[in-house]
Structure formats: C-alpha cells, structure tokens
Design a protein around this ligand. Structure first.
Ligand SMILES: [Zn+2]
Length: 266
C-alpha cells in the first residue's frame, strides 16, 4: 500500500512537470497558475497593509516608468521564449531603507527606496526589475512552494495538499507563498531562492531589459555595486539571497551576447 502511494505520488509529480522559459530547465509545479496569482494578490495586499508608500514622487515615477517598460517586454515574448502572462501590472515604491524588490505573481512589483542608491540610474533599476519580473515569469515562487510541499509532506501528501489549495483554502499557504516569493522580509523570515532559479532570473532578466530598450551590459556594473554594498556590514536579506558573487558576474558576461540580440536602444 505504502509503495503504491509512493508510486502514485511519483506519477503525480511527473504529471506536474513543467519547463522553465529560456533555459528549458524542468520544474515540479503543484500550484496552478490561477492559484498562484490569487496567492500573489493576497501577499501583495499584505505587504501594502504593513508598509508605507514613498512620498518621493521622483522615485515612484522612476519605478513606474521602468516597471511599465519591463512589463511591456514581458507581455510580448519573442518567439516561443515564454507565454505572455497577461498580468494586471502594478508598481509600488515602499519607503524603507532596505535594498529590497520583488515581483509577485499577477504582476505586482514592489521596490523599496533603500535599493535606489545602489541601482543609481534608470538602467540600473531596469536590471533589478528585469530580474524580479523574470522570477515571476518563470513561476519560481510556485516552484519553490511545490518543492517545499514535496520535501515536507512527500509526494502523495503534497498532491492532497494541492487539492486542498485548489478547493479554495489557499490562505493557509500565504506565509509560505510570501517567503517563497521573496516578500518574506516583511513577515520576518526568508528562504533563499535556489542558485538555479537566481541564475535563470539573471538570464531572462537581461533579455527583458534589452527588449525594454535598456543596455544589458549595464548589469555587470550593477551587480558589482550590489556586491560592494553587501560587503562589510551585516548583509541585508535581499543581498544575502542574491549572492552578487564572481560566478554571477561571469555568467552575466557569458549571456550578454544572447541578450544583445534583443537590444533596441531608445
Ligand atoms: Zn532573485
């Protein structure tokens, strides 16, 4: 009986396998697209209820401008690179001295003002927003939730938990969802995205920023500034889960020719 259940679990996992955009990496996906959006919206409302929006009109306008351009690129996938998400995009600037940013499923982008001294320019901000939107496009939050469900519950129980989620009790998963999406800094804990997911978001993010008319070569300098900012003092959570190490910068240099094919300067 036990082995039959295990087998069933494995079959469900196989059925729930998806392919990530651009890289073609296999992902176990136990959370549906609509469930993920619903949870993204809940997490977004939770964040907005806890945080204060920035009164700095210049900062908010910059975030909105860059965000709109990256979002427009995300909605026009070149060839079959990804599916157009048809998100209801929103862009909010939170007044908080932490270098943090995230994009929740459904297209809710949040940037903390503490990030702006590091991004410095419009193009620098495009690197970060491109990276965060790429996490959403590749459904990394839902993937991480799925991985956690499998690890904690085993495949069979994960499938049962999934059906409970689908039947509308997703509120139970809100804290997991927020942490999985990197919105966890506001709820007190944060689980790092996997190295593979970070790497994938970097690669897709370069394509997005290039499509939006921002020079992807600027990403090298941005991640170098990020590394410098994270050195010394206690690392901010966003920085520690986004290791701006030499591997990342080397990878970005390696992917630049791919991104440059999509670059149309404005
Ligand atoms: Zn990331």
């Amino acid at each position: 009986m036990r082995s039959l259940l295990a087998l069933c679990g494995a079959a469900i996992l196989l059925a729930a396998c998806e392919t990530a955009p651009v890289t073609g990496r296999s992902q176990v996906m136990l959370v549906s697209d609509s469930e993920e959006r619903q949870m993204g919206l809940q997490a977004y409302r939770e964040v907005l209820s806890r945080e204060h929006l920035s009164q700095d009109a210049q900062a908010s306008e910059l975030v909105e401008k860059v965000g709109r351009r990256i979002a427009a690129a995300a909605e026009r996938p070149p060839g079959e690179l990804w599916r157009a998400p048809n998100y209801r995009w929103e862009f909010k600037t939170v007044d908080k001295n932490e270098p943090n940013a995230f994009c929740l499923p459904g297209g809710k982008v949040v940037v903390y003002t503490g990030l702006l001294p590091i991004t410095r320019s419009e193009t620098g901000l495009a690197v970060v927003i491109g990276h965060e939107v790429a996490h959403a496009l590749a459904r990394h939050g839902a993937e991480r939730m799925s991985d956690q469900m499998v690890t904690q519950l085993g495949a069979t129980a994960a499938a049962v938990a999934l059906s409970a989620t689908v039947s509308g009790r997703s509120r139970t998963y809100l804290p997991t969802m927020m942490a999985a999406l990197g919105a966890g800094a506001t709820v007190g804990y944060l689980l790092p995205m996997s190295r593979a997911q970070e790497s994938e978001a970097d690669r897709i993010g370069l394509i997005l920023m290039a499509m939006a008319g921002y020079d992807p070569r600027e990403a090298v300098a941005l991640w170098e500034r990020m590394r410098a900012a994270s050195g010394g003092r206690r690392q901010a959570e966003w920085l520690s889960t986004h290791p701006a190490d030499t591997t990342r910068i080397a990878d970005i240099r390696h992917w630049l020719p791919e991104a440059m094919r999509y670059y149309r300067p404005r």
